[in-house]
Design a protein around this ligand. Structure first.
Ligand SMILES: [Zn+2]
Length: 281
């Protein structure tokens, strides 16, 4: 690859593996004020401590938007689980940010609300983005855990779910269409594709651990055109922690002891993922 540049530029080349990629950072060279002199040897010091990982938790919905309503109200369950998970993560020395820490919306306009959540995930100080949700289905017979990462929804069932989480109805369809154009662009973006693979791995780890800890069946991981995940540059997933309209699972989700288990399952998944080093800062 040959890159022609005008002017003085400094290049830093780094190589990463799994997936294999080469990252070249280019920055304008600062004017040298004095001719180069022999620099004294830098003092020998211990390598700096690695920075604390930062996890952004996004309890979905809130304020004017209750999310799904069944045996539980989605916005209440996801906030409670997020606050429990925050405590558990902090105990492990992991820094936590929340998109909301009480019953509030980020904007009464759904598009704006989801955009603000996504913008928080876009901040360079965040290593992982986890959006928390409760599932629902027209038949009210499904139960289990599903975890989504950003990509084109592959079947009608997932698409219905994506539209619901993107605001539902005509609005949900519009935002899904918008997210879909981004999902199509990923096919040509090698860095976004690498991040998608990390996100898929995070989704699998979270889903497996959540299911093991709670006993709720693991239904799998799926790509979906979620508006809130569309520009994430770090591993980002949307967790559907269970079905709030299932007679058994919905009632379990109302129980604080069970919610603590959900938080513990998510904690276990996050720790496993971070231990495997599959995240970049
Ligand atoms: Zn939701």
């Amino acid at each position: 690859v040959v890159v022609r540049l005008k002017g003085a530029v400094e290049a830093t080349v780094r190589r990463y593996s799994d997936p294999e990629r080469l990252v070249v950072d280019l920055s304008l060279k600062k004017e040298a004020s004095t001719p180069a002199k022999a620099l004294p040897d830098p003092p020998r010091s211990r390598p700096p401590k690695p920075p604390k990982p930062v996890v952004l938790l996004d309890p979905g919905h809130g304020g004017v938007d209750p999310g799904m309503v069944g045996y539980v109200v989605e916005k209440e369950v996801v906030l409670d689980v997020a606050l429990r998970l925050e405590r558990l993560l902090e105990r492990e020395g992991i820094e936590v940010r929340l998109t909301r820490d009480r019953d509030m919306h980020l904007s009464p306009d759904k598009r704006e609300d989801l955009s603000r959540r996504a913008a928080l995930a876009d901040s360079s100080q965040v290593n992982l983005f986890i959006s928390l949700h409760v599932n629902a289905t027209p038949t009210r017979t499904a139960q289990g855990v599903e975890v989504f990462y950003f990509g084109r929804a592959q079947d009608a069932r997932v698409l219905t779910q994506v539209i619901r989480e993107n605001g539902g109805g005509e609005l949900g369809k519009r935002l899904t269409q918008e997210a879909r154009t981004v999902a199509e662009r990923i096919l040509f973006d090698i860095v976004a594709q690498a991040n998608q693979r990390y996100s898929q791995r995070l989704a699998e780890t979270l889903g497996r651990k959540l299911s093991q800890t709670t006993g709720s069946p693991f239904r799998g991981t799926f790509p979906g055109d979620f508006f809130v995940l569309r520009y994430a540059k770090v591993p980002a997933v949307l967790v559907e922690m269970g079905f709030g309209d299932h007679p058994a699972e919905g009632r379990r989700l109302a129980d604080p002891t069970y919610r603590e288990k959900v938080a513990q399952g998510l904690l276990s998944g996050i720790l496993t993922f971070l231990a495997n080093g599959a995240y970049a800062r």
